[in-house]
Design a protein around this ligand. Sequence first.
Ligand code: URA
Length: 426
Amino acid sequence: MEPYSAVDVIRAKRDGTRLTDGQIDWVVDAYTRGAVAEEQMSALAMAIFLRGMDTVETARWTAAMVDSGETLALRTDRPTVDKHSTGGVGDKITLPLAPLVAACGAAVPQLSGRGLGHTGGTLDKLESIPGWRARLTTEEILAQLADVGAVICAATEGLAPADRKLYALRDVTGTVESIPLIASSIMSKKIAEGADSLVLDVKYGSGAFMKTVEDARALANALVGIGVSRGLRMSALITDMSVPLGRAVGNAVEVAESVDVLRGGGPADVVELTVALAREMLSLAGLSDVDPAAVLASGAAYETWARMIRAQGGDPEAALPEPAHVHVIPAPSSGVVSYLDAYAVGVAAWRLGAGRARKEDPVQAAAGILCHAKPGDVVRAGNPLLELRTDTPAAVPAALAALDGGYAIADTAPERAPLVLETIRG
Ligand code: URA
């Protein structure tokens, strides 16, 4: 006999009542074991979407999702610190950041996901490296963390299974865009991962989940609040995602750009954000005397990257896949690039084969876009502006349609918002 009735819980939230700890613990557990039906959880998710949950309810909902599965017991002498990004176009920062922070003395367990829609997935990018393996056992994760200090891999099945089930349901019931549901979803996985500290990169702008700074700030505050309530050291950077990050958007092209950064080069915005996040992570980890910019320049972060890739079966020196077809969009006139819309570039890369429409779809390792010029860059008419890369040339017209109106050339350079707008500390 169940202690609560799903219909009573749905009615309570539908009518705007706070859910009790007991109701929350029960409904999340009962849904995970199948005692609450999908249609009942759909109704409850919609009631939460419309009525919201306060900070106490959200923290309890998160805890119930953590308790639905296992928690990694990280065994390492180093302080453990992780980063989570809410996702963006060209956001490859995890790739240089995890080995950089490990090279600075912390341990970075980075359990990542795959791309869905116009934002890319870290695992899809890394899988363009010949031999690299995303799926590790819990023992392998712990061993690599102790040995190399950084691991980027797929989340194990046992972490927050309630979230996996609920996220799939939200995806098909129009209930994704709810701050309490997004915040509890993200934080349940991060808490289960077991790091002591977490830095969030909460993005706003056309290429982000949150289109406005206000929404990004509200999400950041909700995320930080949940983490702090569980005893994590937390910070959130609010960052601009109206323009793609770096010059590469896709899979192999983003790995190549990340390697450039690890070797001391790479685009200035990728370096700036990598170093800013690393500084924040090191500060939370009690290592603020280490300068990540100096470690990056020393080549030590590249060495950690190479060990991290090898530990997962990959060859860090192997050539990355090249596309079967390249289509170059030339600059339509001479002047300064005044606009390059992250969302348009993200959708175009996705249509070229870099991303997937359904969870089961494969991605093309070589697909993506190289931005030869970005806002502020001077171009001459006819010079390459964007390079579309794909194994399926039939995809090019759809990518071109996505880019229509997504870039502009003017006489003067555009005003740019700072990349890191503000930092919220828990
Ligand atoms: N990412 C997550 O993990 N969960 C959400 O609900 C949204 C983005």
